[in-house]
Design a protein around this ligand. Sequence first.
Ligand code: HEM
Length: 219
Amino acid sequence: MRLLRSIYRQLDDRYRITPFVEKNVTKKLVPRTLGWGGCLGGLTFLLFIIQVYTGILLLIYYKPDPARAWDSVTFIKSNVQMGWLIQRVHAVGADIMIVLVLMHMARVAYYKIYRAPRELHWLSGVVLLMLTTMTAFTGYLLPWTNLSYWAASVGTEIPSAVPVVGVGISTWARRGPTISGETLGFFFAMHVWVLPALSVIFMAMHFTMIRRTGISKPL
Ligand code: HEM
């Protein structure tokens, strides 16, 4: 412990970590009228961090292959130490993150915080909402169960109702006419790399804009 403290002190002397954390996190001033609702965006972000952490752990054993996906998830749940817990936290965490992001959005809409100068907070938020739901949707197929197969089937069928381009979008999302191993590989890449990376970019935009305007002051 003493060694760790001394390493931290050395790093702190050089990189000024403590004043940065105090200014931006532990001693950051927020409006007195903020209330608990003001924590919803931060809680959504906390859930995102938990999802990334548990997702990385699951990746150690998960196999994105139709012949082995279901077995690998069963292996994680029954044979890997604490695997069942990591898998549950990741699955339930996805649901909680969606609920939180919707509550955060509802609060922002109720207090009309989308008005100038916060229009871009709202727009980047809408993109974040779509990215969050798409990440949850693509992740749902990965255990390759009957339920996840049919959820992906129904979900990817929805865009086909759009005139002219709809069927093309459905076929593109499935990487073919039906859900197959190709879909699993595509959803895996989206779930693990593309959508989280885009979420990080849009969260950076969201947070930079919030820093510029500060959090609003509800009456
Ligand atoms: C992954 C999703 C999201 C994360 C991690 C996130 C995070 C945050 C955080 C930490 C704040 C500052 C504290 C707060 O007011 O709660 C905030 C503020 C804000 N967010 Fe989000 N947010 C997300 C999605 C959304 C969505 C879906 C919308 C609306 C469509 C939205 C619109 C806003 C607005 C307008 C503010 C400014 C609030 C104020 O100034 O009081 N955000 N967000």
